[in-house]
Design a protein around this ligand. Structure first.
Ligand code: C5P
Length: 250
């Protein structure tokens, strides 16, 4: 299974996003040296979140796909099953590579999401991956106990949500890299773990509570790491991206 680094393009609009991604043009399909290791870099896999999608609409997906990027559309859909099914049918037709729902919506909702997504993406040979958010990486156990009134330990909750996602026929989950190994043990090695909350050593955690470096995420068996500010807020984002790839993939 291909591991990859997904850049979280948390920008306000298309112009800012394209200006940022243009920096990567010069390394397209080149083999670059990073810490004496050769790394093949093509157009980065990107993640579009709510801010950018709600500002720009589906055109931003079309633009990024035409530029050769794989696109993870991170809208964290969460509603009644009927609404989710119809929503996912719309999203599937955009040609995204990955999309997600909240596991907290339950198995019936996740099954409906999958049905809708398959209907919407029927014309594409490669079907989009559908994954479920377990607990946000900005949520820690204390918040979960005190505010969400979920009394079980966080790893148990995450594991159960992952098992629910698997039972609903989803491809994997969004989780913290801290939970990736446990989830693979419970749900099998092919069940994807997509892990945000990644920081290069020395970077600030910001609002994330459960962070990990790319190398540690690799050791935990994460399949994809989602990296935002540790790349986008850097003065040398290409170097940061290459470092993430070198640490995570090799
Ligand atoms: O800048 P940073 O690396 O913290 O960005 C992480 C990205 O991953 C953000 O776009 C955030 O919305 C997303 N995300 C997350 N935790 C989840 C799911 C998605 O941080 N559970």
């Amino acid at each position: 299974m291909g591991k990859d680094v997904i850049i979280a393009c948390d920008f306000a609009n298309a112009e800012e996003t394209i200006r940022f991604l243009d920096k990567f043009n010069k390394i397209r399909d080149e083999v670059v040296r990073c810490d004496d290791i050769s790394v093949r870099v093509s157009r980065p896999y990107v993640k579009i979140g709510m801010e950018l999608f709600y500002a720009e609409g589906p055109q931003i997906i079309k633009t990024l796909k035409e530029r050769g990027h794989k696109v993870f559309l991170d809208l964290k859909v969460h509603d009644i099953p009927n609404t989710v099914k119809k929503t996912m049918k719309v999203l599937g037709a955009y040609g995204v590579d990955m999309v997600n729902v909240h596991a907290a919506g339950g198995i019936e909702m996740m099954k409906a999401a999958k049905e809708g997504l398959m209907l919407g993406s029927a014309r594409f040979a490669e079907k989009p991956k559908l994954i479920a958010v377990t607990q946000l990486t900005s949520t820690d156990e204390a918040t979960m106990h005190k505010e969400l009134l979920i009394e079980l330990p966080l790893p148990e909750v995450v594991k159960q949500y992952a098992l629910n996602a698997k039972a609903a026929g989803l491809d994997g989950v969004v989780c913290s890299a801290h939970e990736a190994a446990e989830i693979h043990m419970a749900c099998g090695p092919d069940f994807l773990t997509v892990t945000p909350g990644i920081r290069l050593a020395g970077d600030s955690a910001g609002d994330q509570k459960r962070v990990m470096t790319p190398a540690d995420a690799r050791d935990e068996g994460a399949d994809y790491i989602v990296v935002g500010r540790s790349i986008t807020a850097e003065s040398k984002p290409i170097d940061a991206y290459q470092r993430c790839r070198a640490d995570f993939i090799l």
